[in-house]
Design a protein around this ligand. Structure first.
Ligand SMILES: [Zn+2]
Length: 76
């Protein structure tokens, strides 16, 4: 199964494209914008950035030494 990471949509030309790499989606947006003057948006098929950042802050090991203490996910 190919995990699609992002869907780019352009309301001005009814465009919908899915991408499995954020970098590809980002460059597609850039080129579509410069080629057409449209303003496409993307929807990420992931956690919201803030939630993702909190997950990062919680750390892969969970030890206090590598966890941001003011993160809501910090467990001491
Ligand atoms: Zn467009």
């Amino acid at each position: 199964m190919a995990a699609k990471r992002a869907t780019v949509t352009c309301p001005e030309c009814d465009l919908t494209e899915t991408f499995d790499k954020l970098a590809t989606a980002r460059s597609f947006i850039e080129s579509h914008r410069s080629e057409t003057g449209h303003d496409p948006t993307w929807e990420l098929h992931r956690l919201a950035p803030g939630v993702e950042r909190a997950g990062d802050e919680a750390g892969v090991c969970g030890r206090p030494s590598c966890t941001t203490e003011d993160s809501p996910l910090y467990r001491g």
